[in-house]
Design a protein around this ligand. Structure first.
Ligand code: NDP
Length: 455
């Protein structure tokens, strides 16, 4: 079987890759484990120096990597450059903080000495998506290497060039051979890879369906998983919000990466008294966004990553309209061999519509009216997902209360769009997954939290 990369801007075939047979896959897992036998003994100074070196390689190659993303999955180059910079900052964050996160913790007991130490566990399998083809991998890889683990990557089948580039970046940074290897395989091979005894744990970012399949398999062989799955983030706009700021943040959040972000705002829940004004502002800002060739520095919204995903999204829009939603912007598939979809606004969104309950993974905003503050919170929580959330209000104390205690999500922001940051834990509740990435919480997911007791 082959893995073929296709340019979503024009439907042209970029390159065909031969996927690995199972024997070659096993050889790579074994090589990664051999590398781990030495890597786990490397000093903190060595690991930190290599992470800093990797940040340098990323920055040096940023333009080329941004073009690669634009070509394979349609991300506008300016956003690709930001993504590479974020990966570099993640390297620096863990170079500066891993020692603090992983140092032994003395615990006073009756023992002469008792403490907790954090030991590496071995080779971790990462199953990753195409939407942030570098960032999603780096936010797993950097803390994994910093903790003394090694990694193998099964990347999404539409970004094989990015997958191989990451392997090369690790090598160029000077890491020992094989501490991180890309496995060019289809998703049908993942189950057998999880079974392999040298794979110690699995992390997956992607759809809820893929997460369930991987977690089910990993559970059957008792391997730990971290799952970062879909979301349908609710952005609550209260009557006392600064509507200009709220509309700006909501539009920018909805359209980041062509709307293909797990933490994009997807459901905009607006108090009745201000909904008309909010819709006007939101419409103007959505309409003003420049859609076009992702290689053009002026482009703000590129094509969707794949035509089949764009068609699926359009189906959700059509079904919502059939059930009573009103489309006031976009909503039409442009002609030609491409994966474009225009910024789209659905108003009058109600329960029972895909735009209310499902994840819309593209540039489609669902506007939902709420009677009052309590109703808005109820609607925000009326979802199977629980990844991010935001609330807009000029009453900061009220906003903080709603964010901290009312919204059911892994993170809640006040007057700001949700964004991942190496310093802050990232992950979801409900069907958005479990476990956390980034910060000290992320680096502790794949270590043996070991108790040492000396009489
Ligand atoms: P998938 O979840 O199918 O793909 C993500 C990764 O999982 C890819 O590497 C994929 O491999 C792999 N995968 C898929 N199915 C399985 C399986 N049964 N066992 C093991 N690995 C698997 O996402 P899609 O690309 O199909 O996108 C579909 C939807 O998923 C989107 O519309 C969106 O809702 C959600 N999604 C969420 C993301 C997030 O950031 N949380 C990111 C991407 C998608 P392969 O590419 O070879 O199929």
């Amino acid at each position: 079987m082959s893995i073929i990369s296709i340019n979503p801007t024009n439907g042209s075939q970029i390159k065909t890759y031969t996927d690995l047979g199972f024997e070659e896959t096993v050889q790579k897992i074994e090589r990664a484990n051999t590398a781990w036998e030495s890597w786990k003994k490397s000093t903190r100074e060595t690991r930190n120096a290599l992470l800093i070196s990797m940040a340098g390689v990323l920055r040096k190659r940023s333009q080329e990597l941004a073009v690669l993303m634009a070509t394979e999955m349609g991300k506008p180059v300016t956003q690709g450059l930001d993504e590479v910079e974020k990966c570099a900052r993640c390297c620096e964050y863990y170079a500066e903080n891993a020692e603090k996160h992983l140092s032994d913790r003395i615990i006073e007991t009756e023992a002469s000495k008792s403490y907790v130490t954090f030991q590496p566990i071995g080779v971790v399998l990462a199953v990753m998506p195409w939407n942030f083809p570098f960032w999603q991998v780096f936010r797993f890889l950097v803390p994994a290497l910093a903790a003394g683990n090694c990694g193998v990557l099964k990347h999404a089948s539409n970004v094989p060039g990015c997958a191989l580039a990451i392997e090369e970046i690790v090598r160029q940074a000077g890491f020992p051979d094989d501490v991180f290897l890309t496995l060019l395989v289809g998703s049908d091979k993942v189950s057998k890879i999880i079974e392999h005894p040298l794979i110690k744990a699995v992390t997956l970012t992607g759809s809820t369906n893929a997460g369930i399949q991987v977690a089910t398999k990993a559970g059957s062989v008792l391997k730990k998983t971290v799952l970062e799955l879909g979301g349908s983030d609710a952005y609550v706009v209260l009557a006392d919000a600064d509507l200009e700021l709220a509309a700006e943040s909501c539009v920018n959040s909805r359209l980041i990466n062509g709307g293909q972000s797990c933490i994009a705002g997807k459901r905009f829940i607006i108090e009745k008294t201000v909904i008309e004004e909010f819709i006007k502002l939101f419409f103007q800002k959505m309409k003003a966004k420049r859609v076009g060739d992702p290689l053009d520095a002026a482009t703000e919204v590129g094509p969707q990553a794949r035509a089949d995903l764009r068609d699926e999204l359009h189906g959700q829009v059509e079904k919502s309209i059939e059930k009573g939603a009103v489309c006031i912007l976009g909503g039409e598939v442009p002609p030609g061999n491409n994966a474009f979809y225009p910024p789209t606004m659905l108003i009058n969104v109600k329960p029972g519509m895909p735009a209310y309950y499902e994840e819309l993974f593209g540039p489609v905003a669902s506007i939902i009216e709420a009677e009052d503050e309590a109703d808005a919170i109820r609607i925000a929580n009326d979802s199977i997902f629980g990844l991010g959330s935001a609330v807009f209000t000029q009453d900061i104390a009220k906003g903080e209360h709603i964010a901290a205690t009312e919204l059911q999500a892994g993170s809640s922001y006040v007057n700001h769009r949700v964004a991942s940051d190496p310093r802050l834990p990232f992950g979801g509740i409900k069907t958005s997954g479990y476990g956390r990435e980034l910060s000290d919480f992320g680096i502790h997911e794949f270590v043996n939290v070991k108790t040492v007791y000396i009489k």
